[in-house]
Design a protein. Structure first.
Length: 704
């Protein structure tokens, strides 16, 4: 065999081997690329994670639930200037290419080869960017770019150009947690997309290159330059005249003040109640609250909610200063509070046991830490809830005191002080005692001794409540006793005219669900309740004895408007109290407001009202629960740490809580857009005559 023939065979073998290696390499590349491509079904049903919206009864978006904050926007609702800016900046040949732009790819490839980095220069069309947003994420690799290009071609075969623009606009990231134009318009300008100006549309497109680098709040000059570049590109591509472009470039770049956009929403504690109520229900129907773009309709009235928040803020701004002028820390209490704060500090909890003592010592010596603990512990807290009497709907809920502007420390309470705390209601519990007495045959004019009272308990101990009413005479009517909150009369009622068990049972029928100890001290509010259940029990009274459970979710719809479930108006649970007794007790409670312990209400609200103050004997908790013919509202004021208390008369319910109620009702009933007008109670008794002295100095409660 000649050497030439042998050499030819080796060449053929090498060519064959090379061909096999080349084919194998191509197969490997093809398999690796194809393996990561979305299926046809995925292309026809692209993933669209949409935030679920929560709406108030008057149509305002009060919150969203999301993993990616995104809202759906139909193509017809996308502003034309935004689409023009997008095409001019990101993909001028969008309507001419078929998913990829070969010339741009070749140009970018040459630059990358020269730079020694095949992933450095991008050449992505809008369709490729959409493929990345929907399926591949932000990882920068050659494999991802190949998959992205193939997927873009498939997207172009599946969808029209306008559908691609719509999907892109709803999925692209604008920074600050905003996915999609609808959310970005709200986050950056506090506007809906239809309200955006040309310059604002250009700025939002400018953000797409690198949202963090072109955020005008952090880098105003850079952001302005990028926005003006977008406007110039719109002009160069024929979307704008030179005059239009220059006029838009001359506009200052004004973003919405973040303080004007509530970070926690209008009603954060109400929103959390909604989340807990519907999350499991929608999951059982195969939906994800955080991804499926549901719409949750609630009972909350946004206007009343704002009035409630304003009433709390106005009152506490003054009351916090009053408290701080009178409060002094005892060394023992401060040490105890500091111990608790240190034990809960992340630095302490994450440290090894052998280092914790040193950390505790360092924290005690840290002036800022100590000041922040003192500050947080002495913040007055509040819970306020408003119910519609006709339906039982929750119209407003303030779950915690607002964070005051300019506060030296950030104190944000996620505890819902309407539903998640239980506190002694003090004299605010007395209406149940009086209702039980009326059921036993007593009348508002029944006379009882007002002097000191002693009662021997079953264990032989002596119960001797404070708070007699001898200044009102040796004998007083039930109406007078309730008006001035005379404790010894309530004590006589629960021990001589009814029983603690009967009072507890009646309170349960009216809406109190917390455990009630059937002891004589129950008459003075010795058992703890939540503000919501106490307010709802008063609503039963105001509803002439008919109990209705509170409602706060109306219905839930999917993204297409199909109703998943709805909560119709709550049916009455029971006739807890005869209507005649309820009307009689309502008339008695009007005297509390008209000259009694709740007369501070009249500084703000002059319409028909009834209610009762409540104060615990250590001034730790102040209450006022009251109602009109339309609404019932309950107010609790106190502190998260029960060791912190008011130190005198200003801790009474008539002073610490009733003014919030009065401010709120004054705002609600003066708003002509709301359906509430002052009107009398049915079967009203004559109200006491008011005097200027009573308005300025309401009677103090008789504390136990």
């Amino acid at each position: 065999m000649s050497m030439r023939l042998l050499s030819r065979r080796w060449v053929l073998r090498l060519l064959l081997l090379g061909s096999l290696l080349w084919l194998g390499g191509c197969a490997y590349v093809l398999v690796r690329v194809v393996r990561g491509l979305p299926s046809l079904e995925q292309l026809e049903n692209p993933p669209q994670e949409l935030a679920s919206r929560v709406l108030s009864a008057d149509g305002e978006v009060i919150g969203q639930f999301f993993i990616k904050r995104r809202s759906y926007l139909p193509f017809d609702s996308i502003p034309t200037p935004f689409l023009q800016a997008l095409i001019a900046t990101e993909d001028r040949a969008f309507y001419r290419h078929w998913g990829i732009h070969p010339a741009r790819i070749l140009k970018a490839l040459i630059k990358n080869i020269l730079a020694g980095d095949l992933t450095r220069e991008g050449a992505s069309t809008i369709t490729q960017q959409l493929a990345r947003n929907l399926y591949f994420g932000r990882e920068v690799t050659l494999w991802r770019k190949l998959r992205e290009a193939l997927t873009a071609i498939q997207i172009e075969r599946t969808y029209s150009k306008n559908e691609i623009l719509q999907m892109y606009t709803n999925t692209v990231y604008f920074g600050r947690g905003a996915y999609g134009l609808a959310v970005a318009a709200q986050v950056y300008f506090d506007k809906s997309p239809s309200e955006l100006s040309l310059a604002e549309c250009a700025y939002l497109v400018a953000l797409l290159k690198a949202p963090e680098l072109y955020d005008a709040r952090q880098y105003p000059e850079r952001a302005l330059q990028r926005r003006n570049l977008v406007l110039r590109l719109m002009w160069e591509n024929g979307f704008l005249t030179e005059a239009q472009a220059r006029a838009a470039m001359a506009e200052p770049l004004r973003l919405a003040d973040p303080s004007d956009i509530p970070r926690l929403g209008l009603a954060p504690h109400f929103l959390e109640m909604v989340r807990q109520a519907v999350e499991q229900d929608v999951r059982l129907q195969g939906y994800d609250l955080y991804r499926d773009g549901l719409t949750i309709y609630t009972t909350l009235n946004a206007r009343i909610q704002r009035y409630a928040a304003a009433a709390v803020q106005e009152h506490l701004a003054e009351y916090q200063r009053l408290f701080e002028r009178s409060w002094t820390w005892s060394p023992e209490l401060l040490n105890a509070v500091l111990r608790n704060a240190i034990a809960a500090a992340p630095e302490y909890l994450s440290a090894p046991p052998e280092e914790r003592q040193a950390i505790a010592r360092r924290l005690r010596q840290n002036r800022r830490f100590v000041d922040s603990v003192r500050y947080a512990a002495t913040r007055i807290q509040t819970g306020l809830v408003v119910l519609d009497l006709a339906t039982g709907d929750i119209l407003a809920l303030v779950g915690a005191a607002p964070e005051p502007p300019g506060a030296p420390f950030r104190v944000r309470s996620f505890l819902n002080h309407v539903t998640q705390i239980r506190r002694q209601p003090g004299s605010a519990f007395k209406p149940f005692v009086y209702a039980a007495a009326l059921l036993r045959g007593l009348s508002p004019d029944s006379m009882l001794p007002s002097g000191p009272f002693r009662y021997v308990l079953p264990d032989g101990s002596l119960w001797e409540p404070r708070g007699s009413g001898e200044q009102y005479g040796p004998l007083v009517t039930l109406t007078t006793a309730l008006k001035y909150s005379i404790n010894t009369v309530a004590a006589r009622l629960i021990t001589h005219y009814t029983t603690p068990s009967q009072v507890a049972e009646l309170a349960r029928r009216m809406g109190i669900e917390s455990p009630l100890r059937p002891v004589p001290a129950l008459a003075l509010g010795a058992s703890e309740v939540t503000p919501l259940e106490l307010t709802n029990a008063y609503a039963t009274l105001a509803r002439q004895g008919i109990r209705v459970e509170p409602r706060f979710v109306l219905r839930v719809e999917d993204r297409h408007g199909n109703v998943l479930f709805e909560h119709p108006p709550t049916r009455p649970v029971s006739d807890a109290l005869p209507a005649t007794v309820a009307q009689t007790l309502t008339a008695m409670l009007t005297t509390v407001v008209n000259g009694g312990t709740g007369s501070a209400v009249r500084r703000w609200y002059s319409g028909p009202a009834a209610g009762k103050t409540g104060t615990t004997n250590d001034f730790a908790d102040a209450w006022f629960v009251g109602f009109t013919p339309d609404l019932v509202a309950g107010v609790w004021v106190g502190f998260d740490d029960r060791r912190i208390t008011f130190t005198g008369w200003y801790g009474q319910g008539g002073r610490a809580a009733a003014p919030i109620w009065g401010r709120l009702m004054a705002k609600v009933y003066s708003d002509s857009t709301l359906p509430y007008r002052p009107r009398p109670f049915p079967a009203m008794l004559p109200a006491d005559t008011l005097t200027p002295e009573l308005l300025q100095n309401p009677p103090q409660e008789n504390l136990p």
